[in-house]
Design a protein around this ligand. Structure first.
Ligand SMILES: Cc1ncc(COP(=O)(O)O)c(C=O)c1O
Length: 383
């Protein structure tokens, strides 16, 4: 079976993890600190704080921004459900906004109709790795004292106005889940330009303690820690960070490879009239974390039938990005009409793309789409 994604892991990561184990220190420690410093440098942000997942990062971003009950936070429904859930974790109200069709991202035009006196933040997602227009969103939000938090879960290695995604955000959250390019198994990172926010994030991820467990352990003298505020256990382990350090070095290669393969998909699928594919916006570059295609309205087979045909051909593809407002967990949630979101989630699919995918494998994927376009089975027309 051709998988939709396979992380690019090798001996180097295995050795780095083994070294962490052999060192005797496997919880959050020196390797996490080293990974944070290297990640911050790669993004061009002064501070990076490692956590256990991007979901945890978004949760802490809500707390660090002071968001709570009575506040509204504008989010795209078209995102992994964690984006909206983070708002609910702090008792605030996620408000779903529609997205732009080409980038699948929020824009000032889609967000503005949802602004109210209660709007405290916008979570701007770089969906599937495609950078959102942060400066445009900040031009809308900054004068209104609305914080823009970047959900860059998918976007390590993407660029925005010639700089790494996340570098211009007050707070940006990254994921290292294996569906992303850079993986640590599970894991996440927050980057910020504000040292006091970084210090608070470090405390919040570790039970609200004023001194980290690693620093206490290193001290020659007894250290009595204090618990300054309600915190969490959102720590990353040193084993994960050891893997992350290797993966970070490989990231530019991963991005280059994915971009080359994406161009190949775009070229090979160009004959399907009306098919829209993930691509770079004019102000940045995507890492193609997800290579999605939006089927034209007159495509002869349904999305689900196409997924079945791909599966029959030994290819594991995925439906497009989910829409949170269509899920039972949000069934009682009031929202404005979201026509672009619904079109994207119902009519798009994500094609396999992974670092060591062969040309022949890519060709197999392409041929299923081309065949479905050229001649459809009579049964498929029922859909
Ligand atoms: C846009 C977005 N936000 C948040 C997350 C959550 O990331 P994690 O699995 O690291 O918690 C994901 C994961 O897919 C995502 O795509």
């Amino acid at each position: 079976m051709i998988p939709v994604m396979r992380p690019w892991l090798g001996n180097e990561e295995a050795e780095a993890a083994a070294e962490a184990v052999a060192s005797g220190w496997i919880a959050q420690g020196p390797r996490v600190r080293e990974f944070e410093e290297a990640f911050a440098e790669s993004i061009g942000a002064p501070y990076a704080v490692a956590v256990s997942s991007c979901t945890a990062a978004l949760h802490l971003a809500m707390i660090a921004t002071g968001i709570g009950p009575g506040d509204e936070v504008i989010v795209p429904s078209l995102s992994f459900i964690a984006t909206a859930n983070a708002v609910r974790y702090v008792g605030a109200q996620p408000v779903f906004s529609d997205v732009d069709l080409a980038s699948q991202n929020l824009t000032p035009e889609t967000v503005e109709p949802h602004l109210t006196a209660r709007t405290r933040a916008v979570i701007l997602v770089d969906q599937g790795g495609v950078p959102a227009d942060l400066a445009a969103m900040r031009a809308l939000c900054d004068p209104r004292h609305i914080t823009v938090i970047e959900d860059a879960a998918c976007a390590a290695g993407s660029s925005y106005r010639a700089r790494p995604v996340g570098s211009g955000a007050e707070l940006a959250a990254f994921s290292f889940h294996p569906r992303k390019l850079l993986t640590t198994g599970e894991g996440g990172m927050l980057t910020t330009r504000d040292g006091s926010i970084a210090a608070r994030l470090r405390r919040l991820r570790e039970h609200g303690m004023d001194v980290s467990a690693a620093d206490r352990h290193r001290s020659q003298q007894p250290v009595i820690e204090h618990y300054i505020e309600l915190g969490f256990n959102f720590r990353m382990t040193d084993i994960q960070a050891a893997v992350g350090l290797v993966q970070l070095r490989k990231l530019p290669q991963m991005v280059a490879r994915r971009r080359a393969m994406a161009v190949r998909y775009q070229d090979r699928l160009a004959d399907i009239t009306g098919l829209i594919t993930a691509r770079d916006p004019e102000y940045g570059t995507t890492n193609y974390q997800s290579f999605w295609v939006l089927l034209p309205q007159d495509f002869p087979v349904s999305r689900d039938e196409l997924l079945r045909r791909l599966a029959d051909a030994g290819i594991s593809a995925r439906r497009g990005i989910m829409a949170a407002h269509l899920e039972p967990a949000y069934a009682s949630w009031h929202h404005a009409p979201l026509p672009v979101t619904e079109r994207l989630t119902e009519r798009s699919i994500i094609l396999p793309l992974f670092h060591d995918m062969t040309d022949a494998e890519q060709e197999r994927v392409v041929s299923v789409l081309i065949e479905a376009h050229q001649r459809s089975e009579p049964t498929a027309l029922i859909h």
